[in-house]
Structure formats: C-alpha cells, structure tokens
Write a protein that binds this ligand. Structure first.
Ligand SMILES: Nc1nc2c(c(=O)[nH]1)N[C@H]1C(S)=C(S)[C@@H](COP(=O)(O)OP(=O)(O)OC[C@H]3O[C@@H](n4cnc5c(=O)[nH]c(N)nc54)[C@H](O)[C@@H]3O)O[C@H]1N2
Ligand SMILES: Nc1nc2c(c(=O)[nH]1)N[C@H]1C(S)=C(S)[C@@H](COP(=O)(O)OP(=O)(O)OC[C@H]3O[C@@H](n4cnc5c(=O)[nH]c(N)nc54)[C@H](O)[C@@H]3O)O[C@H]1N2
Ligand SMILES: [Mo]
Length: 803
C-alpha cells in the first residue's frame, strides 16, 4: 500500500522532470491499480479517435505523439479504470462515521462506485436503491423547495463533458436558479473576470502553433511538470529553436529547470535533458503584482529615455538598450526587426488598438522601486533584465496558472500581465499572446456552454426562445457565496455533478458543519470522497460512467466533447468496459433528475438527448452558432475544432472597443492588512506530483523530494531559524486573519526549502482549513489559496526532537 509512512523521507530530488523517474512512476501506478490492457488503453489517450485525458486541459495536437500522455495523465487513467470496487459489500462493512476517519487517499483507493445508493440513517450506511426510486425522491424533494429555487445549488466540477454540462445548466435554469457554481470559481475565475475587461474575451489567445514561432515565454505561477506535463514538449521544442523562457515562481519547481523527454529514445539513453528556464525569478508569495509593475515600469522608462534621446536627434532604440545595459547580462543583437523599431514600446499598436495607455504609463513612472523590491523580493536589476529581454523579443507569450489567479488581487494581476503584453503589441499576432493554463480537462468548456452563476454570461433569451420557459435573470451563487449562504442556512439542497466540494473549498470545518445540516445532498460521482460522508439529511450517491468507459445508449455507442485550454473542441470516445453494469452516464442521470423534477416540456427532449448525444451537440450549436457551429461534424478532426477568439484577430469586444490598460488598486497580491507583519509568513497551498486536486494518488512528491507524508510545510532556512527550529521539526500553523474564527493546522513537518524568506508552502487540501472563506479575490471571488497570512510555532502535538 502506498499510504503515509511512519518514517517519511525528505531528500532533494536531483533528476530532471520527465525521464525514467516518470515512466517508473507510471508503471508502478498501473500495476498497483491492476489496469487491464494498460498499453492498449493508453494508446487511445488524446488521440483523434480515442478518449480525451481526464487529467489536465492542455491542448491536443493535430499530429499526436505515439504516446500523447504524461505520467500524471496515465495515473489519472489508471485511477479511473482501476479494477478495485467500492461495492455493496464495502458499504455493508463500513459505516459513514467510520469512513469519516479515513484519509482522502484511502476513500478513493477503495475503488469505483458500482450502484446507486441512499444513506440509511438507521444503520449509518449507504444502501443500494433503484435508479427510479432515487430519481423520484430527488424530484419530489426538489419540487418541494421550488417555491424558492435559490435554496438549491447545482455544482459542477470541471471534468463533465460539454453535453452533460449543457443539460445540467438547462436543468438548473428550468428549475428556476442561476446557482451554477463550478470548480472554475476556485480556479481561473480571476482570468474569466480579468480578460473580458482587458481584451474582450474570457479565454486565452494562444494556440499550439504559437509555440512554434514565439521568441520568449514568461511563465508564472504554474507547475508544469506536475500539472500540465505535456506542455513540456512545447517548452522543449521552443527551447531547441532558441526561444527564451523566464519563470516567475517562489519555488524552484523541477519542471522549470530541466526535462528529459520520455518519448525521445536518444534523451532517455544518453541521460540528455533540455534546460527549460533561462532564469527563475523567485518572487515572494503574493508578489507578482509588484514584480509585473516593476517590469512594466522598466519598459516605460526605457521608452521614455528613447524618446528623450530621439528628441536630441540621437541614434536609435538599440543604443538606448545598450546604454542601459549595466548588469552585463544583456547583449544587443543587431536583428533586422529590432533595428526597425525606434522606440521600446509599440506605439503604433498602442495608438490603434488600446485605451488607457497614458494613465498606465504615469502609474508605472510613479511606482516606487523600493516598494516593488520589498513586496516582490526581487531586485530592480532582476526586473530590469526581464524588461530588456522582453523588449528584445518580437513575439512574447505570458503563460500562467494558480500562482497568479488565487489571490486577493488575482484579477488585477492577470490584467497587469495583459498590460505588459499590450506594451509591445503582443496580443493578436503569431507567437504571442496570453495563455492561462486551465485546470480540469473541460473546465473552460463548461463556461462556454452556460455553466455560470452570472446571468449576463448565459444566453438567456436564446434559451427562452429555444425551450419556451422563463429563465431566471438574477445572479446565482459562486462557490464562495454558496458556502456563505449555506452557513447562513439559506441553502437546503446541493446537487453535485462530480467534484469534492467540501474538500475543495476554503474553511473546510465551517463548510462541513453547514453541509451536514442540508436537507438533501446528491452526488454524481465515480469514486467515494469526503463530501459524500458529511452529507445532508437525505443523501444520494449516484455512480456514473467515466469518460474512458464505453457509453452505449439507444442509438449505439456515444461520444462526448470537451474544450481544451487553447479553445479547441475535441470529441472523446470511451474505450473501456464500464466498472459496473449498473452505472449510468452523466447525461442519463441529469435527464433522470430533470424528468422527475420538471413538468413535461415538448421542446426539451431529455430522453431523446440521452439516447443520442449528437442531438445535444446540435442543441449547443443552435444556442451559440458562432462559437459551436460544426461541433458535431468536426469534433474528431485532427487538432479539433478551433473556436473563434476575437482578440486573436485584434477585434476588441470591450466597452471601449479597444484593448484596455487597467490599473491595480494595490501592489501586494495578498491580504494587505497582514502584509509584512512581524512573525507572519505568507502561505501558499499547492499540489504535489502525486495528486489530482482532492484525489490523492499517493504520498510521493518526487520532484520536491517528499516521500511518505503530505503533512509538511516548505520554509526558508532563515524563517526556520527565527523560530529556533530545524528542518524535520514539527510546527502548528494558524491563520493570522482575525475574523472571530480560529484556524489551526497542527503537526506539519518543517522542510527546509528554496523559497523566499517570508513565504512558505504546504499541500492542499490538508492546509485548506487555514484559508478563511472571506479571503478571496475582490472581483472574481476566487479563494485566495495562494497567499494566506499565517503564524508558525513549534508544535504542541509533536514536540521538537531531543537534540
Ligand atoms: N497531476 C495533476 N494535474 C493537474 C491537477 C492536479 O492536481 N494534479 N490539477 C488541475 C487543476 S484543477 C488545476 S487548476 C491546475 C493547477 O496547476 P497549477 O497552477 O500549477 O497549481 P498548483 O499546484 O496549485 O501550483 C501553482 C504553482 O504556483 C506557484 N505559486 C504559488 N504561489 C505563488 C505566487 O504567489 N506567485 C507565483 N508566481 N507563483 C506562485 C507554486 O510554487 C506552484 O508552482 O492543474 C490541473 N492539472
Ligand atoms: N487550498 C486550495 N484549495 C483548492 C485549490 C488550491 O490550489 N488550494 N485549488 C482549487 C481548484 S483550482 C480546483 S479546480 C478545485 C477542485 O475541486 P473539485 O473539482 O470539486 O474537486 P476534485 O478533487 O477534482 O474532484 C474529485 C472527485 O470527482 C469525482 N469524479 C472524478 N471523475 C469523475 C467523472 O468523470 N464524473 C463525475 N461525476 N465525477 C467524477 C470523484 O468522485 C472524485 O472524488 O479545488 C480548489 N481548491
Ligand atoms: Mo482548477
């Protein structure tokens, strides 16, 4: 068993990302999960005629590699097609109060759920129930609450297909609510709020082809080797062409450093590896807004200097860049493109395509270097060097993950990144653009098919026209406001299409407490998790097919579709025999609940949709012809069907009709009131290489050298010394935000780590109880999981070692 160990090992990992370590780890997982025909199954992964990986959302190339999957994608597949079963016998053996004492890993490790179940209060066990009985009672309960439909929440985790998601949002809206929070609310919501204001689209502008022509990638707050490993191929190819990569991350993640391509026999045999980042700027946790302000400031000042020299009749931009080169790290190449531009900024682009430049330039000029350096913990020299490298490159992309979005000023940080790109026209041209790396495999697509609590983002008039009902027009709950409403007792029922809500949200104990008081919880799931154990008065556990499994309906085997991070739609066909004959597909379960809850509507053929998913796709096409036209016909095309993104064409669907430079309200990304306080560290909560969100595959974070435990806190040597402890000692962490609730996580083992002083890191969800619900992005409400002010002290639960 791969459970936590009594003698965990913490040692530095010296290998590259990828390589033999990754293959070995995959093989071990596949064998331990007893996966039938593993090689055949994996051969279909991310292929045009196969299934789309259930792990990350990274783009799928038109010409896939022979093995178009990564270590973690293979683990995710193994986890889904495992032979282990949490079957009737399992639930007869264990009461829920017993299971509540189990670790997250052990719950899911029990295997796939096999039959629909209802919690039996007498025995405190989940017991089998017929599908029809389940639908009938769920429908009856939902109808009883329909007087105020906002008492019900319809949550979606980002794995559900476009088809299932479309049906689910229609169910919620016909029921009468926009309460459609999804995992995106905890993830890239800051992106979805930031980009429309800045550039008029809610998704990134980069395509896979852009990686073939880019000169420079600025890569922030994302852990590629763990969370989107297939992207390392794009990084590696770009590096080989001579493109640059600058990483901005508090932790020196292994994937930011070196990569051995497991698909390259030469690299595997020779131990060869590609150096990924030219430089890694170890920004303080929450320091990105300041760092980006510094880079923009340096660019504006270089440009001002150009202008001054230009006025004096002097040479050109190159002379300025060469003149300002005082750190020796920058060399001017007399590139033809560079010599053409006489200014550092692209003033033609700025004049034609943007609004707000002057105010932004003034903001940058006025920004204080000392403050920038203090907050970011990066030096002016470091930031100016980035600015120079940026100014020298013709085509730049900015690529980012949760390290940017999950902050109090997450939306503003994303907008600052756009500002940086706009300074040199780096949006809407080949090799350039903004690239949010989405998390779940269809989280972007769910938003595109109307899973949103914001009525203005849903095509309500169109739904009314197509389906002849009056859609609700008021705003629904986000993940955060949903939790708050639950705590206030305003929520009575919760229908979850996947996910593990009570483990994914902040302030876990407070939310669990409220969750247990709900009238009804319904979970549509593949595996058992903690949200199923702290249930409502009436609780259903409805097991569904996974995406890798063959899904046969009335018209024959079905396919579903998803949208990747790069806005391509792909078809996905299940290949593996279902875990149990009693499983139903997600669309079938949604249709079952809908039919039992809503009055008949001749315009909404739930049963026909379930019988043939291409009918759902045609409904999606009718709802958004410009976005989805041709979905059903082209979703299996190599490279998928690419969705039109206006900003790629330099069409700006913003109120000003231009791309907007936007100013932040503060320079620190976290909770301002605790910034810089004596004894307070900024904690960031991150994933290990052995988990998928709340799914814990094991206890081995190979890249960070942690084996056998997840209860660790990564700290800077100086911060460890300041509390008179040493590596290996145990500490308790408490949240430094005072709002009347005490938040403590005990007995974390200190791991001395290369992380800036004043910052520390630990794993999610173990340390999520430290994150207050109210600690979130001021605009997008994304929980600020990535900068929580904490106090650290020697653990009372596990005292320091004798010496
Ligand atoms: N194998 C695997 N793949 C996954 C997932 C998984 O759990 N496992 N989860 C999926 C999901 S839903 C998502 S959203 C993505 C998540 O993918 P990531 O965005 O990589 O998420 P995290 O692991 O939370 O790590 C964030 C990175 O940001 C850095 N960071 C932390 N705080 C800051 C900060 O203040 N500033 C900067 N610049 N960097 C910071 C951390 O050091 C870390 O490298 O991955 C998806 N893919
Ligand atoms: N502290 C902290 N908290 C965080 C984060 C962080 O960085 N730090 N990250 C946040 C982010 S980015 C995200 S996206 C959320 C994730 O939040 P969620 O999406 O809610 O959580 P997951 O862990 O991905 O959900 C796992 C469960 O999904 C179910 N499941 C798996 N496959 C399927 C399927 O095919 N169909 C159905 N119906 N169910 C399935 C299984 O039962 C499994 O137990 O967590 C957030 N929480
Ligand atoms: Mo996510």
């Amino acid at each position: 068993m791969s459970g936590p160990k009594d003698d965990p090992k913490i040692e530095e990992y010296s290998g590259p990302s990828g390589g033999y370590g990754s293959l070995g780890s995959v093989a071990r997982k596949l064998i331990s999960e007893h996966v039938p025909d593993a090689a055949i199954t994996l051969g279909y992964q991310n292929k045009p005629d196969g299934f789309m990986c259930v792990s990350c959302a990274w783009g799928k190339p038109a010409k896939p590699l022979p093995f178009e999957y990564c270590e973690n994608g293979a683990k995710a597949t193994a986890w889904e097609v495992t032979r282990k079963r949490a079957d009737q016998k399992f639930f007869e053996t264990h009461t829920l109060s017993e299971l509540r004492g189990w670790l997250d890993h052990d719950l899911e490790e029990a295997g796939r759920l096999t039959m629909p179940m209802r919690w039996d209060p007498e025995t405190d066990r989940y017991r089998p129930v017929a599908w029809e009985t389940a639908f009938a009672e769920i429908g009856q309960e939902l109808r009883a609450l329909q007087g105020d439909p906002d008492q019900t929440i319809f949550y979606v985790s980002g794995r559900a297909s476009l088809e299932a998601s479309y049906m689910f949002q229609l169910l919620a809206r016909m029921y009468g609510t926009n309460n459609l929070p999804d995992s995106s609310n905890m993830c890239h919501e800051s992106t979805s709020v930031a980009l429309p204001e800045s550039i008029g689209v809610s998704v990134g502008t980069v395509t896979l082809q852009d990686f073939e022509t880019t000169d420079l990638m600025i890569y922030l707050g994302h852990n590629v080797a763990t969370n989107a490993p297939r992207m390392l191929h794009q990084f590696q190819d770009a590096k080989k062409r001579g493109a640059g990569i600058i990483s901005i991350n508090p932790m020196r993640e292994r994937g930011l450093e070196r990569f051995t391509d497991p698909q390259s026999p030469k690299q595997m045999l020779t131990g060869g590896e590609t150096v990924i980042s030219d430089s890694i700027l170890q920004v303080a946790v929450g320091g990105d807004l300041a760092a980006l302000t510094g880079i923009c400031k340096a660019l504006v000042e270089m440009d001002d200097a150009c202008q001054d020299v230009g006025k004096a009749g002097a040479t050109d931009r190159e002379a300025i860049l060469a003149d300002t080169d005082d750190d020796g790290g920058f060399s001017i190449k007399a590139g033809a493109a560079a010599s053409k531009a006489r200014r550092v900024l692209d003033h033609d682009f700025i004049a034609e395509h943007t609004s707000g430049f002057e105010a932004f330039a003034d903001y940058c000029r006025a920004a204080d270097w000392l403050q920038i350096e203090q907050i970011s913990r990066l030096s002016r020299d470091q930031l100016e060097a980035v600015a120079k490298q940026y100014a020298e490159a013709e085509k730049v992309m900015c690529i980012y993950g949760m390290g940017l979005t999950q902050h109090v000023h997450g939306t503003e940080t994303v907008q600052m990144l756009v500002n940086l790109l706009l300074l040199r026209g780096n949006i809407g041209k080949s090799g350039a653009g903004i690239c949010p790396v989405r998390g779940h495999s269809n989280v972007q697509g769910q938003r595109t098919v109307g899973i949103t609590e914001k009525p203005e983002l849903a095509p309500l008039d169109k739904l009314k026209e197509l389906y002849d009902f009056e859609p609700p027009r008021h705003e629904g709950y986000t993940t955060v406001t949903g939790c708050e409403a639950m705590i206030e007792g305003k929520v009575k029922a919760f229908i979850a299409l996947g996910g593990n809500y009570t483990r994914a949200v902040p302030d876990i104990p407070r939310v669990e407490d409220a969750w247990g008081k709900l009238r009804m919880t319904v979970a549509i799931a593949t595996k058992l998790n903690r949200s199923h154990l702290v249930h409502g008065e009436i609780a259903y556990l409805l097991p569904c097919l996974g995406r890798i499994e063959v899904d046969v309906q009335a018209s024959g085997p079905q396919a579903v579709s998803i949208e990747s991070s790069l806005a391509q739609f792909h078809g996905s066909r299940g290949r593996v025999t279902p875990a149990s004959p009693e499983l139903m597909s997600e669309p079938a379960i949604i249709a079952g609940i809908a039919a039992a809850t809503l009055p008949d509507n001749p315009h909404v053929p739930w049963a026909a949709w379930t019988g043939d998913y291409s009918k759902v796709r045609l409904a999606i096409e009718k709802t958004w012809p410009a976005t989805f036209g041709g979905l059903d016909a082209h979703m299996f095309d190599p490279g998928g069907l690419t969705r039109p993104i206006a900003a790629r064409e330099r069409k700006w669907n913003t109120r000003s009709g231009k791309a907007n430079f936007l100013l932040p309200t503060e320079m620190f990304g976290g909770a301002a009131e605790r910034y810089g306080e004596e004894g307070v560290l900024q904690l960031t909560t991150v994933r290990s290489n052995d988990q998928f969100n709340t799914t814990i595959y094991g206890y081995h974070d190979r890249f960070r050298g942690v084996n056998g435990t997840r209860m660790v806190v990564f700290m800077n040597a100086t911060d460890i010394a300041a509390i008179e402890l040493v590596d290996g000692d145990f500490v308790d962490l408490s949240c430094a935000i005072e709002d009347g609730h005490e938040r403590v996580v005990q007995a974390l083992r200190v791991v001395e780590y290369d992380i800036p002083q004043g910052s520390c890191a630990a794993y999610f969800p173990e340390t999520s109880p430290l994150v207050p619900l109210g600690h979130h992005d001021i605009q997008a409400h994304t929980p600020a999981y990535k900068a929580v002010p904490v106090r650290v002290k020697a653990s009372a639960a596990k005292p320091a070692r004798a010496e």
